[in-house]
Design a protein around this ligand. Structure first.
Ligand code: IPM
Ligand code: MG
Length: 369
């Protein structure tokens, strides 16, 4: 049987440097666990624009469709702010998500014990936290038509985006949230703004329908997304799985990331429907951005990207135990006090560079054998 295939799109800013650490982990699995991956690499975002004049070429798109999993670093940077909207780095990422139909975006917020004091919230609020945000990723206001900037009738302009959801789009992401809940705490909280948006009313009704007809055994609650944001920082442990739309999920997941101590800790998996191989179409990426302000200085935290690879092991390659091995290695390194710049708080720690963190995690993997 062919080796599982991975396409690495390191992207911009700190993307390449955090991805370099993931490559060490992939290499370790080949050398030490006999689990070899066929890895290819290509460009996305600003780095693709610089070479090809587009943030994602058709050839790269075709490669992404053909592999078992895509690993992405980050896209964007101030250098590209002046570009036309259609060729901005972010368009490359949105095209991947849309054309691979990666409708279910899993963003787990887990607080490692060693970082519980580092969060801006009190230790007892975040210690042991383990929640999963499921964000709808291919529809809603980020993709809805009509969209654009148009002249209005008074000589000014009007910017238009459309929040739009169909029954099927809501039901399929709801199913993925209920499936996950069954393997976790069996609780789903759905968030929308049904008090002011028709798309929110439909969202609530369809999630309830999926629950009543297919997952009556899972506990379901509904919350307005603004109240949900408040509850996330008040007492996040009340949640198990949160399912929400594209825009609210974008906001709520950044918020949840800070519960874990740093945006540099949060991985994500973007999954589509199962393909013929039985594996879902899949893209894995850290939730953090390209952080151009610290790029190239060895300050970036590679953990979110490494944990994204762990998610690939779990969700694409059915290697849950190996995924746990990576997560434990990260935990052990943090428990030993190793801290990249973003994790250096008043309580101190042992400062390490991006590469230093990757090397320590490889060592901890080695110690796990
Ligand atoms: C995210 C990011 C992206 C988004 C950007 C980079 C397009 O913020 O993945 O959360 O808005 O979805
Ligand atoms: Mg975001």
């Amino acid at each position: 049987m062919a080796n599982p295939s991975i396409l690495i799109l390191a992207g911009d800013g700190i993307g390449p440097e955090v991805m370099a650490e993931v490559k060490k982990i992939i290499g370790w699995f080949g050398d030490r666990r006999g689990i070899a991956f066929d890895v290819t690499e290509d460009l996305v975002g600003g780095s693709a624009y610089d070479v090809h004049g587009t943030p994602l070429t058709d050839a790269t798109m075709a490669k992404a469709q053909a592999v078992d999993a895509v690993l992405l670093g980050a896209v964007g940077g101030p250098k590209y702010d002046v570009l036309d909207f259609s060729v901005k780095p972010e368009r490359g990422l949105l095209r991947l998500r849309k054309e691979m139909d990666l409708y279910s975006n899993l963003r787990p917020a887990q607080c490692f014990d060693a970082l519980a004091d580092f969060s801006s919230l009190k230790r007892d609020v975040v210690a042991g936290l383990d929640i999963m945000i499921v964000r709808e990723l291919t529809s809603g206001v980020y993709f809805g038509e009509p969209r654009g900037i148009f002249p209005d009738n008074e000589g000014g302009r009007v910017g238009v985006n459309t929040q739009r959801y169909t029954t099927d789009e809501i039901r399929r992401v709801a199913r993925s949230a209920f499936e996950l809940a069954r393997r976790r705490g069996n609780k789903v909280c759905s968030m929308e703004k049904a008090n002011v948006m028709e798309s929110g009313i439909l969202w609530r009704e369809e999630v309830q329908w999926v629950h009543d007809n297919e997952y009556p055994d899972v506990e379901l609650s509904h919350m307005y997304a603004d109240a949900g944001a408040m509850q996330l920082v008040r007492w996040p442990k009340q949640f198990d799985v949160i399912v929400t739309d594209n825009l609210f999920g974008d906001l709520l997941s950044d918020c949840a990331a800070m519960l874990t101590g740093s945006l540099g800790m949060l991985p994500s998996a973007s999954l589509g429907a199962p393909t013929e191989s039985g594996r879902p179409k899949a893209l894995y990426e850290p939730v953090h951005g390209s952080a151009p302000d610290i790029a190239g200085q060895g300050k970036a935290n590679p953990i979110a990207c490494i944990l994204s690879f762990a998610m690939a092991l779990r969700y694409s390659f059915d290697m849950g135990e190996e995924a746990t091995r990576v997560e434990r290695a990260v935990e052990a390194v943090l428990a030993d006090g190793a801290r990249t710049a973003d994790l250096m708080g008043p309580e101190g720690g042992v400062p390490v560079s991006t590469a230093g963190m990757g090397d320590l995690i490889v060592k901890a993997l080695e110690a796990s054998l």
